[in-house]
Design a protein around this ligand. Structure first.
Ligand code: NAG
Ligand code: NAG
Ligand code: NAG
Ligand code: NAG
Ligand code: NAG
Ligand code: NAG
Ligand code: NAG
Ligand code: NAG
Length: 368
């Protein structure tokens, strides 16, 4: 399933490579520890109507700092959930596969926008933003990053059933046309305030999207998407249309931040890293961060060395690396792109960007 890779070197941090493969878990652990979890495999999966929710990083696994969940579903003619806000939680939507529409409305900062997200597109939904979404493609997967952690309790509370598919099929083909879901019952969503869900049933999602955006004057897949300048304004970043930085140290890495300490008040950062293979003769650099980090592979393959093991992560797989854990990572393919999430303000991307130059391209140079 996941081949263990045995490179003939020892990384700078001094960890020896072994083949134990004990880091792979069936569900996010109940305590903070290093682990890896395979796409579509988490045993802890629930159905909400036609949507299947999985929880690669939970509040417990991250010491309460963030949740990383995935939603797999077919296209739907209805909203995936009725419009609502969260007062405490900052929610991030990333399109890993297929596509969906996302609405974000916040009157005090004069934002009422909608976007069609395709693979690699992102939307930031800060606290007190009215939002909703609708799955629009036959095989879609949203990655949700929610800070602080623990928000998954909502999904356990409103689940229509547990989901245990022998084949690990992303969603349930038997229930694919079920349009009613717990998230679409006005009485039920209005009773979820204990989970930080405040229904906004009078919100009317605008349907005037042109070329994937409303208003049609917004920049969407046509030019640079800047991040918000504060922690309260919702914003969207199209795949590879955000700011980019090139870091060179034994391999090329392009950092594309989506959330920096400015947008999160220093609570977390997230974004993507695009990696070349290691340069000839280079060993991966060992790193130890003060706070927790998660990776999810978007494209290619990621090698991770930690806790005495080296493993390869394929598309959709997740690694969780607690603060204080020495690790090294490098690309297993000519071109690898990963999503990262870091807790706090001293995160991997922040460190890489401190030693990177502005960069205009979605790929790295053709030469060393
Ligand atoms: C969100 O709104 C609630 C209720 O008005 C308020 O108590 C809270 O401070 C707001 N949260 C943020 C992050 O602004
Ligand atoms: C898929 O949905 C059908 C119909 O609701 C249900 O009977 C079945 O148990 C579900 N399968 C799984 C693996 O959850
Ligand atoms: C799916 O649609 C078919 C045909 O309209 C219907 O018979 C069936 O009950 C639906 N299944 C679910 C789970 O809604
Ligand atoms: C939509 O995209 C097409 C093709 O790029 C372009 O010709 C058209 O002007 C766009 N419409 C708007 C309203 O921007
Ligand atoms: C940062 O996290 C703290 C504690 O969870 C919270 O009080 C604060 O509102 C958060 N700020 C933002 C912008 O997320
Ligand atoms: C790296 O190694 C490969 C395979 O041995 C070789 O073809 C290539 O020229 C080398 N590149 C550099 C920059 O040394
Ligand atoms: C980790 O980040 C959280 C914010 O998400 C912060 O409250 C905490 O102090 C940080 N811990 C360390 C060890 O830096
Ligand atoms: C980073 O986070 C630490 C711990 O939460 C805090 O003491 C420090 O002031 C923060 N630094 C910046 C630049 O935000």
């Amino acid at each position: 399933m996941h081949p263990t890779f045995l490179p003939a070197f020892v990384v700078a941090s001094g960890l020896l490579v072994t083949a134990a493969n004990s880091l792979w878990v069936a569900e996010a652990p109940s305590t903070v520890q290093p682990y890896l979890i395979e796409r579509f495999a988490p045993a802890q999966a629930v159905a909400i109507g036609s949507q299947i929710y999985r929880f690669p990083v939970t509040g417990q696994a991250s010491g309460g700092l963030f949740t990383l969940l995935s939603t797999s579903a077919p296209a739907s003619s209805d909203l995936g959930v009725l419009p609502h806000i969260h007062q405490v939680h900052f929610e991030n939507f990333f399109c890993l596969k297929g596509g969906f529409q996302l609405w974000a409305e916040k009157s005090d900062v004069r934002v009422n926008e909608a976007r069609k997200l395709s693979v690699g597109d992102y939307g930031a939904v800060p606290q007190n933003t009215t939002h909703t979404f609708q799955l629009t493609e036959p095989n879609s997967e949203m990655t949700g990053v929610i800070q602080p952690g623990g928000f998954e309790q909502l999904f356990f509370a409103i689940a229509t059933s547990n989901y245990k598919a022998e084949t690990h099929s992303p969603f349930n083909v038997t229930a694919w046309n079920a349009s009613t879901s717990a998230g679409n019952d006005p009485d039920q969503i209005s009773a979820l305030e204990a989970f930080d869900v405040y229904a906004k049933l009078d919100f009317e999602p605008r349907r005037d999207l042109v070329n994937g955006t409303a208003p049609s004057t917004s920049v969407w897949h046509t030019g640079l998407n800047e991040l918000a300048k504060d922690s309260v304004t919702p914003f969207f970043v199209a795949n590879d249309f955000g700011p980019k930085y090139l870091h060179e140290d034994g391999a090329y890495q392009i950092i594309q931040p989506l959330i920096t300490p400015v947008q999160s008040n220093g609570n977390f950062t997230m974004g993507t890293l695009t990696l070349s293979r290691l340069f000839n003769g280079s060993d991966p650099a060992g790193i130890t961060l003060t706070n927790h980090t998660a990776f999810q592979v978007i494209e290619g393959g990621l090698m991770i060395q930690m806790a005495g093991e080296t493993n390869i992560l394929l598309e959709g797989d997740v690694a969780f690396i607690p603060g204080g854990t020495a690790f090294a990572y490098w690309s297993a393919a000519a071109f690898t792109k990963v999503l990262y999430v870091g807790a706090g303000n001293d995160t991997l991307d922040t460190r890489l960007m401190a030693d990177a130059k502005d960069w205009d391209f979605a790929t790295f140079p053709t030469n060393y």
